[in-house]
Design a protein around this ligand. Structure first.
Ligand code: ADP
Ligand code: NG1
Ligand code: MG
Length: 440
């Protein structure tokens, strides 16, 4: 805490009033299904974004600083806030939370004529699937909620931040913002959507969760793969929806509800009704009875308009099977038995295989890491969006050192880079959600 306060004083010549702390998260199971409307099961980690801030009533300026010099300073007049999706500047994340709350404050006719000085210190490995992005978004929103006295409670902030992070350009779901806001120490959470709600999940005794960073950077806003997956699922759902006379349903969970089918039945439909080869743009338009322009405008995102083919079947098979694994994982945690650890581990392994083969969101280095850990773990899988970033392994508590030693030697030392062991591999237990501390 000293470091951030000192940096704040160095930058602004006075002490901050408050510190806002927002954690990162590790998703235990349920990957790439939150934006399809399905439940996910993450927990908050210790690593967080800390934002020291001071309200400046006499100005409308936001002054943003970072303790890490690579991020650079940022200034903006809050009355003229805009987010340029194409710049990929770190401030975009913070600003999207800020903008979400400003829009809400305007709707409520609140006075928004004041400014704020902010200094960020973050120790969530960035672009590693541990949700550093949403922690920044949530910090921006919490600070403005406080300063403008908007009065949003945590569930409202979580929903608002999920919508706001889209200002950055990624079409994600609401998992990261929900766990960042609503986590509670000691529990993982089942997060359900529409309406957003969380249920405590107590993890079984005898195993620990270890996060291992592949050190492959995956910046989700700067590359299109994330949104390509979103639209592939969307198109597959529209094709099925059309076939079953359900109109233009584009969210898999909505279609499931509309059809009144189980997840297994949805998988069967997907297998029978969609073809293996990628759908071309032309074919999609002909099935849906729309023009290419309409496809681009109302179904694709600004960074996926140029995509020519869509692997709808593979993506939806992942979605429906992953949603079923989350249900099974939760059930197993709720009724602990002797074989529970093995069952949970198996589900995690299946989740990884599905992410790798059907959703194609892994990375060869991440697979290498997963394969190294697998023989010593109950289960191990990529966590977060993928394409690099971290794996999460459930391992017997007594095997922690053995695993770390082995992976250090066989993975990290081979990368020939300098990093602290504790930064790339750490055991984690469920931490609390976002908090605001007064320094007065
Ligand atoms: P993830 O959410 O998995 O960490 P994203 O690609 O969604 O990865 O977001 C990573 C981005 O978040 C970084 O490129 C950077 O812009 C921003 N970010 C993360 N940590 C910090 C930090 N400590 N300070 C400033 N920006 C950060
Ligand atoms: P990360 O890894 O934090 O960028 C993303 C999405 C989640 C979820 C996961 C995949 C955002 C803010 N986050 O997480 O909603 O879809 O990927 O399960 O878009
Ligand atoms: Mg992110």
């Amino acid at each position: 805490m000293h470091h951030i306060t000192n940096k704040f004083i160095e930058e602004f010549n006075h002490r901050p009033d408050f510190i806002c702390k927002v954690p990162g998260r590790v998703n235990l199971i349920g990957e790439h299904i939150d934006y399809c409307g399905y439940s996910v099961l993450p927990m908050a980690i210790e690593q967080s974004i800390h934002a020291a801030f001071r309200h400046i009533p006499e100005s409308s300026l936001l002054s943003l600083r970072n303790t890490a010099s690579e991020y650079g300073n940022f200034e903006l007049d809050l009355t003229k806030i805009v987010i340029d999706k194409t710049t990929f500047h770190w401030s975009n994340y913070f600003l999207s939370g800020v903008l979400g709350v400003i829009n809400m404050a305007k709707e409520r006719n609140l006075n928004i004529n004041s400014g704020v000085e902010v200094c960020i210190l973050g120790d969530i490995p960035p672009s590693a699937g541990l949700s550093s992005s949403s922690a920044l978004v949530c910090a921006g929103a919490m600070i403005m909620n406080h300063i403008y006295e908007v009065g949003l409670v945590k569930t409202e902030l979580a929903g608002l931040c999920a919508t706001s992070e889209k200002f950055v350009g990624t079409e994600g779901g609401g998992m990261d913002q929900a766990i960042a806001m609503m986590a509670e120490r000691g529990y993982a959470k089942l997060i359900e959507f529409n309406p957003l709600r969380t249920t405590d999940v107590r993890l079984p005794d005898g195993a620990v969760f270890m996060v291992l960073n592949s050190m492959i950077i995956a910046n989700k806003a700067a590359f299109e793969s994330f949104n390509v997956r979103v639209v592939e699922g969307r198109i597959g759902t529209l094709v099925l929806s059309q076939k079953y006379g359900k109109g233009s349903i584009r969210k898999p969970s909505d279609l499931q509800k509309g059809l009144g089918k189980s997840l297994d039945e949805m998988r069967r439909l997907t297998k029978e009704d969609l073809h293996e080869e990628p759908y071309s743009k032309k074919e999609v338009c002909s099935i849906l009875g729309i023009t290419e322009e309409e496809l681009e405008e109302s179904i694709l995102t600004s960074n996926t308009k140029h995509i020519q083919s869509f692997k709808c079947k593979q993506r939806l098979l992942h979605v429906f099977s992953e949603a079923a694994r989350v249900e099974e994982f939760k059930k197993t945690c709720d009724n602990p038995q002797q074989a529970s650890l093995a069952t949970l581990g198996k589900l995690m392994n299946e989740s990884h295989a599905s992410c790798r083969d059907l959703y194609e969101c892994s990375h060869p280095e991440l697979d290498k890491l997963v394969n190294l850990v697998a023989p010593m773990a109950y289960g191990v899988r990529l966590t977060g969006a993928g394409w690099g970033g971290c794996a999460v392994a459930m391992i017997p508590a007594e095997k922690v050192e053995e695993v770390q030693e082995y992976v250090w030697k066989n993975y990290y030392q081979k990368l020939e880079k300098n990093f602290a062991r504790s930064q790339v591999m750490f055991v984690t237990s469920p931490g609390p959600g976002a908090t605001l501390f007064s320094l007065e």
